[in-house]
Each structure stands twice: as C-alpha cells, then as structure tokens.
Design a protein around this ligand. Structure first.
Ligand code: GLN
Length: 453
C-alpha cells in the first residue's frame, strides 16, 4: 500500500467509527494527506525509513504547530502552539503521517478519560465502559484500528493502564528517555512520553525514533539509545522474573489474577525463572503520588492565568478578577481539586508534614526497586486491579478512582520504565500484564514482551 492509501483507509475509519468512540479531539485530514504524498515520493526515491508514511496519532498534550493542542481542557480549547514538541518533530522527521490529536483526561489528570472537556472516550470492546486514562483516546484509537500507533504520556500510569483496559501494548520509558520539550507539563518529576501500539514490535519502531537526549529539556537523559528493534528476537532463557507479593494481594480481581498467573506460567515455559520478591513500601505509592503530583501541578498550571495563553473570561473587572474567573471557567473539577491539594501541601505550615514526608517515602519506594533489581531482571504483575469499569462508575468517588493506579504509580515515583501487554481477556474485556524494568532497560522490556506476543 502507498502511504496515501493507508492514510485514506484510517481517515475513513475515523469518520465512520469515531463519532461513537470520541477518541480524537482534532482530525487533521488535509495535512495528513499532504504528508502522505510526500512520504510516497520518499518511498519511490528510496529515501524512506521504517516509519515513512505510517499514519500515527498524537495525544493532545504534545504541541503541534498549526494543529490545536487542547490538553483535554476548555482552558486550551483555542490554543494553537507556534512550534512542535521534540517528540512530534522527531517522528515527523522520520516520515510518520499525523492523522490528528487524541482525546485525554484534562491536563492528563484521570484514569478513565472522563475528565476531558470534549467528553468521555468509549472503550471499543464495550462502549458502556471507560478506555482508561489519561491517554484513553490514544488507547481506544489504536485498539479500534483508527491509527497504526499513537503517542501517550504517563505520570502515574496513563500509558499502561489505558493500554491494559483497551487490550493494546504500551510502554512508558525511563524518566528522561524521551524529551518532554513541548509536552504540556502536569507533574514534571514524573511525566514521561511513550508509545501505544498493537505490539511490542510496533512500539520498538516508534521508540527508536522518539528516544534520545534533547538539550531543550533539562531532565532529558544523555544516555545512548540502543536499537530497540534489534533486541526483539533475543531469547529469554534464564530471565529472572520477580513477582512482588504486594501486587497480588487484596483489591486484585481474582479473575484478573488468574489470567496474569497463566501468562507468567507461559514465561516459565519460555525458560524464565520466577522469583518471589517484596516491594514493602508500594502500598504507600498512591498517597505519596497524591501529594507530589498535585504539588507539581499547582505550580505548573499557574501559567494558565488568562493572560498568556488560552481561555480568558469576558469583561474582567480587574487583574484579580481576570485570574480568578479565567481559571474557574477554564479548568474542570478534577484539575481544580488537584491545584487546591497542591497549594495546600506546599503551603508554609504544611510543607514538612506532607510534601517533605512524601519526598522521603518516594526514596524508600525507589530503594525497594533497587534491592529487587539486584535479584531479578524484570518485575511482573497486573497493570490494573480490574478490567474496564462502567462510564460514570467512579466519578463521584475520587479515592476509588485513584486506587486504580495502585500498581503503576510506584514506577513513576522511582523513574523506572514500565510496560503493559495484553494477556487473555476476562468476560471479553482486555487484561494487561505489567512488566517493569531497570533504568534504561527498555530494550529488554520490549524483547520480553515480544517473546510473549
Ligand atoms: N491516573 C493518574 C492521575 O490521575 C495518572 C495520570 C497520568 O499518568 N497522567 O494522576
């Protein structure tokens, strides 16, 4: 197929199916076709790389020059960035064709894609259920074959959890592996860009182009990037897999536990060795995250003041009224809740009691992983405690929503890479196996995932 044929194929599917799924905020059909024609010329002249002409979608958190970047918020409903994010720029340089921007929880805060200003995304396997979040649009679009592959971001599970709930493969690389330049910040010490794909092999092709040092991001890691595709076919005989006992306890649906155990048995058949491990501080990861992430978000989102970007209220009386009403109108309920929690835990009287204490426990959580990786090569467990839940089910109960990320958040606090791959479904709904690796060991994660697929 030519890139123009592929691009038209996906655009036709988006036009037909996305009115039901709501996975795209913006479809960029015209610019996609122009890019596809250019890709076809490159294919003809022999200058093409592996991604030339491949139709992709970007989570609407990545700045794209000339295409709206909303971050799922009314605040940025009118925002068109004057530049491309590094990740967007790199994939464009590799010849990928951008079909559009995918729906997401507002400012990436959520686990169900229900906090988006543009309405919820539906799970393609059951449209009464959530796709997970916050990269729910990318997950649903890949699962429904509305694009070949998509970008996502993961602050506490937002690539892995929606990948699990939609039955696709998602990888959150090591903190600093992919540039965050031009990616709208939520919690800067946790945010990381990554890939949502149909398979580990597809993810490897994309990550090969996305990863690498960027001097424009001060947290970008200057560590050589191996060839992820090259490593896919390595054998995994003798691989040591750690199973943390804390990831198989109370709160895990027993049918999810059963299919995860079956997948781990398959790894044993492939020659891996299973080691029982413990991550004793992992039960503290959700409370620690809900101090650290809101603290950073309250500071990052201060820039949306009605002056420099985005929504501005009508007829402000004075500067204070402009700030207050622009932010009250522009931000939804969950974002406002996080800003208030963040401002509270950072305030002078409470800083030591909450923020400082959370930072200390964050170190203990990272140390748990450090000890575990002295014994094992990868850690496995469920990505999410249940399959996709009904739309509307948890919106009135933020704590139960937050607990959905119980198995994914610790890796962000430690900065480690994590992945989710589909295993056997439960009642027709997808389940994800999580694979956590040591720092910068993405090649091994992709290899281990590929051997299962
Ligand atoms: N669900 C988590 C939250 O609401 C994580 C979101 C994310 O990874 N962006 O903050």
């Amino acid at each position: 197929y030519s890139s123009v044929e592929l691009t038209k194929h996906y655009l036709e599917r988006i036009a037909r199916l996305d009115p039901r799924l709501n996975s795209f905020v913006t479809v960029a059909a015209d610019s996609a076709l122009v890019a596809a024609e250019r890709a076809d010329q490159m294919l003809k002249s022999g200058e093409a790389g592996p991604l030339t002409g491949i139709p992709i979608a970007h989570k609407d958190i990545f700045c794209t020059q000339g295409i709206k970047t909303s971050c799922g918020s009314r605040m940025l409903d009118n925002f068109v960035a004057p530049y491309d994010a590094t990740v967007v720029e790199k994939l464009a340089a590799a010849g990928a064709v951008v079909l559009g921007k995918t729906n997401m929880d507002e400012f990436a805060m959520g686990s169900s894609n229900e906090t988006s200003f543009y309405g919820p995304v539906k799970n393609p396997w059951d449209e009464t259920k959530v796709p997970g979040g916050s990269s729910g649009g990318s997950a649903a679009a890949v699962a429904a074959r509305l694009c070949a592959v998509a970008t996502g971001t993961d602050t506490g599970g937002s690539i892995r959890q929606p990948a699990a709930l939609c039955g696709i493969t998602g990888i959150k690389p090591t903190y600093g592996r992919c540039s965050r330049w031009g990616m709208i910040a939520f919690a800067s010490s946790l945010d990381q860009a990554g890939v949502m794909a149909r398979s580990a092999a597809d993810a490897a092709f994309l990550l090969d182009e996305m990863a690498g040092f960027d001097s424009r991001d001060s947290t970008s890691a200057n560590v050589p990037v191996p060839d992820y595709v090259d490593a896919l076919d390595d054998g995994i005989k003798g691989l040591k897999i750690g199973l943390p006992k804390e990831y198989f306890g109370d709160g895990l649906d027993s049918r999810v536990a059963a299919v995860i155990q079956d997948a781990i048995k398959e790894y044993e058949r492939l020659g891996a060795e299973i080691v029982e491990i413990s991550l004793p501080n992992s039960p503290l990861s959700v409370p620690v995250y809900y101090v650290v992430a809101p603290a950073e978000c309250s500071s990052n989102l201060a820039r949306f003041d009605g002056v420099r970007y985005g929504h501005r209220c009508e007829n402000p009386e004075d500067l204070e009224d402009l700030y207050k009403r622009s932010r009250a109108e522009g931000f939804g309920a969950e974002v406002q809740r996080r800003i208030m929690i963040g401002a509270y835990v950072l305030s002078a009287g409470y800083y030591d009691a909450y923020y400082l204490k959370a930072q200390k426990i964050r170190h203990l959580i990272a140390d748990d992983f450090k000890r575990a990786f002295e014994q094992v090569d990868v850690i496995m467990g469920p990505t999410s405690p249940t399959t996709a839940f009904p739309i509307g089910d948890k919106m009135d109960d933020p704590v139960s929503m937050y607990l959905n990320d119980i198995y994914t958040i610790a890796t962000n606090l430690a900065g480690l890479p994590g992945m989710s791959i589909p295993v056997a479904p439960v009642d027709g709904m997808p389940v994800g196996l999580q694979i956590i690796g040591n720092y910068f060991d993405e090649a091994r994660l992709l290899n281990v995932a590929h051997q299962f697929q």
